[in-house]
Design a protein around this ligand. Structure first.
Ligand SMILES: [Zn+2]
Length: 269
Protein backbone atom coordinates (compact mmCIF):
# COMPACT_ATOMS: atom_id res chain seq x y z
CA UNK A 1 0.00 0.00 0.00
CA UNK A 2 2.87 2.38 0.82
CA UNK A 3 4.21 1.89 -2.71
CA UNK A 4 0.90 3.05 -4.18
CA UNK A 5 0.72 6.17 -1.97
CA UNK A 6 4.35 6.96 -2.73
CA UNK A 7 3.80 6.50 -6.45
CA UNK A 8 0.68 8.68 -6.43
CA UNK A 9 2.39 11.50 -4.52
CA UNK A 10 5.53 11.33 -6.67
CA UNK A 11 3.58 11.27 -9.95
CA UNK A 12 1.63 14.31 -8.83
CA UNK A 13 4.67 16.39 -7.83
CA UNK A 14 7.13 15.26 -10.52
CA UNK A 15 4.32 15.45 -13.08
CA UNK A 16 3.68 19.08 -12.19
CA UNK A 17 7.42 19.83 -12.50
CA UNK A 18 7.55 18.10 -15.90
CA UNK A 19 4.45 19.95 -17.03
CA UNK A 20 6.03 23.27 -15.96
CA UNK A 21 9.22 22.32 -17.89
CA UNK A 22 11.42 22.04 -14.79
CA UNK A 23 12.19 18.37 -15.43
CA UNK A 24 13.32 16.62 -18.59
CA UNK A 25 11.60 13.27 -19.29
CA UNK A 26 14.54 11.31 -17.84
CA UNK A 27 14.48 13.60 -14.78
CA UNK A 28 10.75 12.99 -14.36
CA UNK A 29 11.21 9.20 -14.44
CA UNK A 30 14.06 9.22 -11.92
CA UNK A 31 12.22 11.67 -9.63
CA UNK A 32 9.18 9.34 -9.58
CA UNK A 33 11.37 6.30 -8.80
CA UNK A 34 13.19 8.27 -6.10
CA UNK A 35 10.03 9.61 -4.45
CA UNK A 36 8.16 6.31 -4.54
CA UNK A 37 11.07 4.38 -3.02
CA UNK A 38 11.64 7.07 -0.39
CA UNK A 39 8.01 6.86 0.75
CA UNK A 40 7.73 3.07 0.69
CA UNK A 41 11.14 2.19 2.17
CA UNK A 42 11.43 5.25 4.41
CA UNK A 43 8.47 7.12 5.82
CA UNK A 44 6.47 10.29 5.36
CA UNK A 45 9.42 12.15 6.95
CA UNK A 46 11.94 10.83 4.38
CA UNK A 47 9.54 11.56 1.54
CA UNK A 48 8.57 14.99 2.90
CA UNK A 49 12.22 16.04 3.27
CA UNK A 50 12.89 15.09 -0.36
CA UNK A 51 9.81 17.01 -1.49
CA UNK A 52 10.78 20.08 0.57
CA UNK A 53 14.06 20.21 -1.35
CA UNK A 54 12.52 19.40 -4.68
CA UNK A 55 9.67 21.90 -4.54
CA UNK A 56 11.64 24.82 -3.04
CA UNK A 57 14.57 24.42 -5.44
CA UNK A 58 12.29 24.06 -8.46
CA UNK A 59 10.39 27.22 -7.56
CA UNK A 60 13.63 29.15 -7.01
CA UNK A 61 15.05 27.97 -10.37
CA UNK A 62 11.88 29.13 -12.07
CA UNK A 63 12.32 32.56 -10.51
CA UNK A 64 15.88 32.81 -11.75
CA UNK A 65 15.02 31.64 -15.23
CA UNK A 66 12.55 34.41 -15.65
CA UNK A 67 15.43 36.82 -15.06
CA UNK A 68 18.23 35.37 -17.15
CA UNK A 69 18.81 32.65 -19.69
CA UNK A 70 21.87 33.66 -21.72
CA UNK A 71 24.42 33.55 -18.90
CA UNK A 72 23.04 30.13 -17.99
CA UNK A 73 23.93 28.33 -21.20
CA UNK A 74 27.58 27.79 -20.21
CA UNK A 75 26.77 25.96 -17.02
CA UNK A 76 25.94 22.33 -16.63
CA UNK A 77 22.90 23.11 -14.47
CA UNK A 78 20.59 23.79 -17.38
CA UNK A 79 16.91 24.67 -17.30
CA UNK A 80 15.32 21.22 -17.20
CA UNK A 81 16.82 18.81 -14.73
CA UNK A 82 17.69 15.44 -16.23
CA UNK A 83 18.17 12.02 -14.62
CA UNK A 84 21.84 12.70 -13.83
CA UNK A 85 21.04 15.86 -11.91
CA UNK A 86 18.12 14.27 -10.05
CA UNK A 87 20.36 11.33 -9.12
CA UNK A 88 23.20 13.64 -8.01
CA UNK A 89 20.77 15.52 -5.75
CA UNK A 90 18.68 12.67 -4.41
CA UNK A 91 20.54 9.43 -5.22
CA UNK A 92 22.68 9.51 -2.11
CA UNK A 93 19.51 10.14 -0.07
CA UNK A 94 17.97 7.02 -1.59
CA UNK A 95 21.04 4.93 -0.74
CA UNK A 96 20.75 6.08 2.90
CA UNK A 97 17.02 5.33 2.89
CA UNK A 98 17.64 1.78 1.62
CA UNK A 99 20.41 1.30 4.19
CA UNK A 100 17.98 2.36 6.94
CA UNK A 101 15.36 -0.10 5.67
CA UNK A 102 17.90 -2.94 5.78
CA UNK A 103 19.77 -2.02 9.00
CA UNK A 104 17.46 0.36 10.94
CA UNK A 105 19.51 2.91 12.87
CA UNK A 106 18.82 6.61 13.72
CA UNK A 107 22.27 7.47 12.29
CA UNK A 108 20.95 7.00 8.74
CA UNK A 109 18.32 9.66 9.32
CA UNK A 110 20.93 12.15 10.58
CA UNK A 111 23.15 11.46 7.56
CA UNK A 112 20.14 11.83 5.30
CA UNK A 113 18.96 15.20 6.63
CA UNK A 114 22.55 16.49 6.46
CA UNK A 115 22.79 15.39 2.82
CA UNK A 116 19.45 16.95 1.93
CA UNK A 117 20.33 20.11 3.91
CA UNK A 118 23.46 20.44 1.77
CA UNK A 119 21.80 19.95 -1.62
CA UNK A 120 19.08 22.38 -0.58
CA UNK A 121 21.57 24.91 0.84
CA UNK A 122 23.53 24.65 -2.41
CA UNK A 123 20.52 25.28 -4.58
CA UNK A 124 19.25 28.17 -2.46
CA UNK A 125 22.76 29.68 -2.44
CA UNK A 126 23.00 29.45 -6.24
CA UNK A 127 19.52 30.79 -6.92
CA UNK A 128 19.29 33.46 -4.21
CA UNK A 129 23.03 34.28 -4.12
CA UNK A 130 22.83 34.89 -7.88
CA UNK A 131 20.60 37.88 -7.12
CA UNK A 132 23.31 39.47 -4.97
CA UNK A 133 24.26 42.98 -6.02
CA UNK A 134 27.83 42.57 -4.79
CA UNK A 135 30.44 40.75 -6.91
CA UNK A 136 31.23 37.22 -5.64
CA UNK A 137 34.62 36.49 -4.10
CA UNK A 138 36.59 33.33 -4.75
CA UNK A 139 36.44 30.89 -1.83
CA UNK A 140 40.13 30.11 -2.51
CA UNK A 141 41.79 33.53 -2.38
CA UNK A 142 39.04 36.10 -1.69
CA UNK A 143 39.55 37.81 -5.05
CA UNK A 144 36.53 39.12 -6.90
CA UNK A 145 35.25 36.78 -9.63
CA UNK A 146 32.47 37.19 -12.24
CA UNK A 147 28.94 36.22 -11.10
CA UNK A 148 28.24 32.56 -11.83
CA UNK A 149 31.87 31.42 -11.45
CA UNK A 150 32.24 28.04 -9.70
CA UNK A 151 33.65 28.69 -6.23
CA UNK A 152 32.44 32.29 -6.05
CA UNK A 153 30.63 33.16 -2.81
CA UNK A 154 28.61 36.17 -1.66
CA UNK A 155 27.26 37.16 1.76
CA UNK A 156 23.73 36.72 0.46
CA UNK A 157 24.63 33.26 -0.88
CA UNK A 158 26.03 32.18 2.50
CA UNK A 159 22.90 33.42 4.26
CA UNK A 160 20.79 31.51 1.71
CA UNK A 161 22.85 28.36 2.48
CA UNK A 162 22.11 28.67 6.19
CA UNK A 163 18.40 29.20 5.54
CA UNK A 164 18.23 26.43 2.93
CA UNK A 165 19.72 23.96 5.41
CA UNK A 166 17.47 25.18 8.25
CA UNK A 167 14.42 24.76 6.01
CA UNK A 168 15.23 21.06 5.53
CA UNK A 169 15.62 20.62 9.31
CA UNK A 170 12.28 22.34 9.88
CA UNK A 171 10.29 20.31 7.34
CA UNK A 172 12.09 17.02 8.06
CA UNK A 173 11.71 17.47 11.82
CA UNK A 174 8.09 18.49 11.48
CA UNK A 175 7.16 15.43 9.41
CA UNK A 176 9.15 13.25 11.79
CA UNK A 177 7.18 14.57 14.77
CA UNK A 178 3.90 13.81 13.04
CA UNK A 179 5.00 10.17 13.09
CA UNK A 180 6.08 10.31 16.74
CA UNK A 181 3.78 12.54 18.78
CA UNK A 182 5.11 13.57 22.18
CA UNK A 183 8.42 14.86 20.84
CA UNK A 184 9.14 18.26 22.34
CA UNK A 185 9.80 21.43 20.34
CA UNK A 186 13.42 21.37 21.53
CA UNK A 187 14.09 18.36 19.29
CA UNK A 188 12.86 20.32 16.30
CA UNK A 189 15.05 23.31 17.16
CA UNK A 190 18.10 21.05 17.47
CA UNK A 191 17.46 19.54 14.04
CA UNK A 192 16.96 22.97 12.45
CA UNK A 193 20.30 24.12 13.91
CA UNK A 194 22.15 20.94 12.88
CA UNK A 195 20.80 21.21 9.34
CA UNK A 196 21.62 24.94 9.06
CA UNK A 197 25.24 24.27 10.09
CA UNK A 198 25.73 21.13 7.98
CA UNK A 199 24.04 22.73 4.98
CA UNK A 200 26.39 25.71 5.23
CA UNK A 201 29.52 23.55 5.62
CA UNK A 202 28.41 21.20 2.83
CA UNK A 203 27.79 24.04 0.42
CA UNK A 204 31.14 25.64 1.31
CA UNK A 205 32.71 22.27 0.45
CA UNK A 206 30.81 22.39 -2.84
CA UNK A 207 32.16 25.87 -3.61
CA UNK A 208 35.68 24.83 -2.68
CA UNK A 209 35.55 21.69 -4.85
CA UNK A 210 33.99 23.76 -7.63
CA UNK A 211 36.97 26.10 -7.54
CA UNK A 212 39.66 23.42 -7.28
CA UNK A 213 38.95 19.82 -8.35
CA UNK A 214 35.94 20.31 -10.60
CA UNK A 215 36.67 19.78 -14.29
CA UNK A 216 36.24 22.92 -16.42
CA UNK A 217 36.33 23.38 -20.16
CA UNK A 218 36.82 26.22 -22.63
CA UNK A 219 34.65 26.39 -25.73
CA UNK A 220 36.75 26.45 -28.91
CA UNK A 221 34.04 28.41 -30.72
CA UNK A 222 32.93 31.18 -28.35
CA UNK A 223 35.77 31.06 -25.80
CA UNK A 224 33.51 30.73 -22.75
CA UNK A 225 34.70 28.85 -19.65
CA UNK A 226 32.12 26.12 -19.09
CA UNK A 227 31.27 23.10 -16.90
CA UNK A 228 30.08 20.82 -19.66
CA UNK A 229 32.12 19.14 -22.33
CA UNK A 230 30.10 20.22 -25.35
CA UNK A 231 29.34 23.84 -26.23
CA UNK A 232 28.34 25.53 -29.48
CA UNK A 233 27.92 21.95 -30.81
CA UNK A 234 31.68 21.39 -30.48
CA UNK A 235 33.82 19.37 -28.07
CA UNK A 236 35.38 21.86 -25.63
CA UNK A 237 38.98 21.76 -24.32
CA UNK A 238 39.62 20.79 -20.67
CA UNK A 239 41.42 23.64 -18.92
CA UNK A 240 41.56 22.47 -15.30
CA UNK A 241 40.32 20.01 -12.68
CA UNK A 242 40.03 16.23 -12.66
CA UNK A 243 38.24 14.57 -15.55
CA UNK A 244 35.92 12.54 -13.31
CA UNK A 245 34.96 15.51 -11.08
CA UNK A 246 31.95 16.73 -13.03
CA UNK A 247 29.47 19.11 -11.46
CA UNK A 248 27.24 16.15 -10.49
CA UNK A 249 30.14 14.35 -8.77
CA UNK A 250 31.09 17.53 -6.89
CA UNK A 251 27.48 17.82 -5.70
CA UNK A 252 27.46 14.22 -4.49
CA UNK A 253 30.79 14.52 -2.64
CA UNK A 254 29.86 17.78 -0.92
CA UNK A 255 26.49 16.43 0.17
CA UNK A 256 28.31 13.50 1.75
CA UNK A 257 30.43 16.06 3.63
CA UNK A 258 27.24 17.80 4.87
CA UNK A 259 25.70 14.47 5.91
CA UNK A 260 28.82 13.46 7.83
CA UNK A 261 28.95 16.84 9.62
CA UNK A 262 25.31 16.46 10.63
CA UNK A 263 25.84 12.95 11.96
CA UNK A 264 28.97 13.92 13.92
CA UNK A 265 27.32 17.01 15.44
CA UNK A 266 24.21 15.04 16.39
CA UNK A 267 26.39 12.86 18.62
CA UNK A 268 27.14 15.94 20.74
CA UNK A 269 23.61 17.26 21.33
ZN1 LIG B 1 30.58 28.08 -27.06
Amino acid sequence: MAWIWGLAGSLLIAGAAYWKRSLALSGFVSAVVLGTAMFALGSLAWFGTLIAFFVSSTLLSKLKHQRKTAAESGYAKGGRRDAGQVAANGGLGLVLCIANAVWPDPAWWMLFVGVMATVNADTWATEIGGMSLSTPRSIINGKRVPTGTSGGVTGLGLLASLLGGAFIGLIGGWFNQMGEPGNEAGTLLVLVTLCAVSGLIGSLADSWLGATWQVMFRCKVCGKTIEKQVHCKQRAVQIRGMGMMTNDVVNAVSSLVGGTVCLLLSAYV
